[in-house]
Design a protein around this ligand. Structure first.
Ligand SMILES: NC(=O)c1ccc[n+]([C@@H]2O[C@H](COP(=O)([O-])OP(=O)(O)OC[C@H]3O[C@@H](n4cnc5c(N)ncnc54)[C@H](O)[C@@H]3O)[C@@H](O)[C@H]2O)c1
Ligand SMILES: O=C(O)[C@H](O)COP(=O)(O)O
Length: 388
C-alpha cells in the first residue's frame, strides 16, 4: 500500500483518483510516501526517509523547502496552469474594483440602513465620493507572463486597455498564447513609467521578494493602481502604505492581507481567494493526484519543480529510478553497477534539471536487495526507488 498524507483540504476530484486497493490516506506525515498540499507551510517539517514526493495542488511552491527536498531525493510537483483561469477572473474583478471604488461605495451604502424613504436621495447626494475612471484606454502592465499573466494580458485587451508585458524568462509555449497586441516591455522601468495599473504574476523568490518598494513606486505614474494576486512578500508593506498615504498609489488590491494592510483606505484586501473556485480546486487536485500516481507506480515525472520531466514506457521486469547530482560519470557508474549485478538493461533514460538529474532504468531479471544499496552508495546518488 502507498500512504498519502493531505496537508490541506484537497478536492475529492483528486483524492478519489487513488485506487483504494493500492492507496491509503494517513494521519502522520512520518508514515507517508507522498504528500498533497496547497498553501500549508512545510518549511519547519521533518521528512522521513519514506517520503518520496510532494504534490502542490496549485502553482506557488514557496511554502515547500525545495532545496531540502532535492537533497533528500524528494520530488516536488506543482500543477501548472490548473488554477490560472480562476485567478485571471479575480484579477479582472480586481481591476474593476480598483478603478471604480465599488468596495468603499458598498461599505458606505450599508451605513444608510435605517434612513427609510431618504435612502434614494442620500445615495444620489453621496455617490460622487465614489466615482472612478474607466479601464478603456488605460495602460496595464503585467509583470510575469506565465499561465496567469498571459490570460490577464489577453483579457485586459477586451476591456480596451493597452497592455505592456514584462517577463525576461518567457517560455516559447507561453509566448504562442500571448496576444500580439501586448507590448513587449524590455525592462521593469518601462512598465513603471507607462502603466496606470500594474499586476504581479511572478513567483516569490529571493529575486522577486520586495520588488515593489519605495524605489520602484517612485518610478511609477502618480495614482498608479497595483494588483497583487501572486504573493504578499513581493510588495514591501511599509513602502506601499507610504505610497498610498502620499497618493502616489491610489489603490492596492492584494490577495494576501497582513495586519498592517487591513482597514487602510485604498487597500482592497481579499482573503487569498484567487484559486478558490470548485473548478480550479478540482483541476489542481486531479493533476496533482495523477502526477503522484505515475511517479509512485512507474517513476515517471511530470511537472516537477526540482527534477526533470521523464516519461518512459515500462519494459523489462523491473524499473530503477535513480535521483542523483548532475555531475560527470554518473550514467556509466549506474549502468556498470547494474551490469555487474548480472542484469540486462532493457531501456534507459537520463535527464537533468539544474543541479540534479534522474536516470530511469528498465532491467530484465530479478533485482537483488543489495542492488539499490550499491547504487545508493555511488558518490552523487541521492536516492534509488524500485518499481516492480
Ligand atoms: N492568488 C492565488 O490564489 C494564486 C493562484 C495561483 C498562483 N498564484 C501565484 O502566482 C504566481 C504565478 O502563477 P502562474 O501560474 O502564472 O505561474 P507560471 O510559472 O506559469 O508563471 C510565472 C511567470 O513569471 C515569470 N518570472 C519569473 N521571475 C520573473 C521576474 N523576475 N520578472 C518577470 N517575470 C518573471 C516566469 O518566467 C513565468 O513566465 C505563482 O508563483 C503563485 O505565487 C497565486
Ligand atoms: O499558488 C497557488 O496556486 C495559489 O496561491 C493558490 O493557493 P491555495 O491552493 O492555497 O488556494
Amino acid at each position: 500500500m502507498y500512504q498519502i498524507k493531505t496537508l490541506n483540504k484537497i478536492s475529492p476530484a483528486g483524492t478519489d483518483r487513488f485506487d483504494k486497493s493500492k492507496y491509503a490516506f494517513v494521519e502522520e506525515i512520518a508514515d507517508a510516501d507522498a504528500v498533497m498540499v496547497r498553501s500549508a507551510s512545510m518549511h519547519e517539517m521533518e521528512f522521513s526517509p519514506s517520503l518520496k514526493a510532494i504534490a502542490r495542488a496549485g502553482a506557488g511552491v514557496n511554502n515547500i523547502p525545495i532545496d531540502k527536498c532535492s537533497e533528500q531525493g524528494i520530488v516536488v510537483f506543482n500543477t501548472p496552469g490548473a488554477n490560472a483561469n480562476a485567478v485571471k477572473e479575480l484579477v479582472l474583478a480586481g481591476l474593476l474594483m480598483s478603478a471604480r471604488k465599488v468596495v468603499p461605495g458598498i461599505e458606505w451604502a450599508k451605513t444608510l440602513k435605517g434612513q427609510g424613504a431618504e435612502v434614494g436621495k442620500l445615495v444620489e447626494k453621496g455617490k460622487s465620493a465614489f466615482a472612478g475612471p474607466e479601464l478603456m484606454g488605460k495602460t496595464l502592465g503585467v509583470i510575469g507572463l506565465g499561465a496567469i499573466g498571459v490570460l490577464v494580458a489577453n483579457a485586459a485587451r477586451h476591456f480596451g486597455m493597452k497592455v505592456y508585458g514584462y517577463d525576461p524568462y518567457l517560455s516559447v509555449d507561453t509566448a504562442w498564447g500571448l496576444s500580439r497586441e501586448t507590448k513587449h516591455a524590455n525592462s521593469l522601468s518601462e512598465i513603471y513609467q507607462n502603466c496606470d495599473f500594474i499586476t504581479l504574476h511572478v513567483p516569490l523568490t529571493p529575486d522577486t521578494k520586495g520588488m515593489i518598494n519605495s524605489e520602484s513606486l517612485e518610478a511609477c505614474k502618480n495614482g498608479v493602481r497595483i494588483l497583487n494576486f501572486a504573493r504578499g512578500d513581493l510588495v514591501n508593506t511599509e513602502d506601499i502604505l507610504a505610497a498610498l498615504d502620499s497618493g502616489k498609489v491610489s489603490c492596492y488590491v492584494t490577495d494576501f492581507p497582513n495586519d498592517e494592510l487591513l482597514d487602510v483606505d485604498g487597500v482592497i484586501a481579499i482573503p487569498h481567494l484567487g484559486a478558490s473556485t470548485p473548478e480550479s480546486e478540482d483541476n489542481c487536485a486531479r493533476m496533482a493526484a495523477m502526477e503522484l500516481i505515475d511517479f509512485l507506480e512507474n517513476g515517471n515525472i511530470k511537472n516537477s519543480v526540482n527534477l526533470p520531466n521523464v516519461k518512459l514506457e515500462r519494459s523489462g521486469t523491473c524499473r530503477l529510478g535513480v535521483i542523483h547530482k548532475n555531475i560527470p560519470n554518473m550514467l556509466s557508474q549506474i549502468s556498470q553497477t547494474i551490469s555487474a549485478a548480472g542484469l540486462n538493461i532493457d531501456n534507459l533514460t537520463n535527464k537533468s534539471k539544474k543541479d540534479y538529474a534522474y536516470t530511469v532504468v528498465d532491467v530484465d531479471g530479478l533485482i537483488s536487495k543489495e542492488l539499490p544499496e550499491q547504487l545508493g552508495a555511488i558518490d552523487g546518488v541521492v536516492r534509488v526507488n524500485l518499481y516492480r
